[in-house]
Design a protein around this ligand. Structure first.
Ligand code: ITT
Ligand code: MG
Length: 203
């Protein structure tokens, strides 16, 4: 078993990574396990830039391989917003609830046919003295008119998954972890790691 550090302080992401790595039997650590771990400022303008920034900063500081996730929600009627600013859409001190309320208010007069959106995820895997690997994943859906469900995290209650006829927050964790943007990206990363025989090192 190896230890893998995920450079995130988001408990929702940590739980999903733990669950998605279960099959490989690795122990997943996150920045919430490390006392005094730094907050990396997300100064990039794309998901990829921010994921690379988070992964490389922590990997260099700790001299271990690190995965970072930068993700968000792109809403077509809002020209791709909240996008890379999803976490702070309603303001720096605001909550998931505030972010969802802002989106619902902005989409109040948008008809059902024009509420398409997607979750987007960039994962960066940074290793000491190796080139960083970046992969992407997306998950298509629509923005509901009110919150539904209590599972998951973030914008899940207002994100409708058409082919499952439920909101992301109504899906069991196993269901979300098969179809989510994060699951799609992580599958690509696992394949690349296998193909390129990049062995995980022990932190
Ligand atoms: O930067 P770290 O520490 O990883 O944690 P964060 O919460 O700040 O994460 P991001 O910068 O990547 O911002 C992601 C935003 O998109 C939302 N988000 C990402 N993945 C999601 C998912 O699977 N379901 C619902 N919302 C999600 C999340 O709630 C945040 O508001
Ligand atoms: Mg963040």
């Amino acid at each position: 078993m190896m230890k893998i550090l995920i450079a995130t302080k988001n408990e929702g992401k940590v739980k999903e990574f733990q669950s998605m790595f279960e099959d490989l039997g690795h122990e997943i650590l996150s920045l919430t396990d490390i006392e005094g771990s730094p907050d990396v400022e997300e100064t990039g303008t794309t998901f990829e830039e921010n994921a690379i920034l988070k992964a490389e900063t922590i990997s260099q500081q700790m001299n271990i391989p690190v995965i970072a996730d930068d993700s968000g929600l792109e809403i077509d009627a809002l020209e791709g917003k909240p996008g890379v600013y999803s976490a702070r859409y309603a303001g720096l001190q605001k909550s998931d609830e505030d972010n969802m309320s802002k989106v619902l208010a902005e989409l109040q007069n948008v008809p059902d046919t024009q509420r398409s959106a997607r979750f987007v995820c960039a994962l960066a895997f940074a290793m000491p003295n190796k080139k960083t690997i970046v992969v992407n994943g997306e998950c298509e859906g629509k923005i509901l008119r009110e919150k539904r469900g209590s599972k998951g995290f973030g914008y899940d209650p207002i994100f409708y998954v058409p082919h499952l006829n439920r909101s992301m927050a109504e899906l069991a964790k196993e269901e979300k972890n098969k179809i989510s943007h994060r699951a799609v990206a992580l599958k690509k990363l696992k394949n690349l790691i296998n193909e390129e025989d990049l062995l995980w090192e022990k932190p």
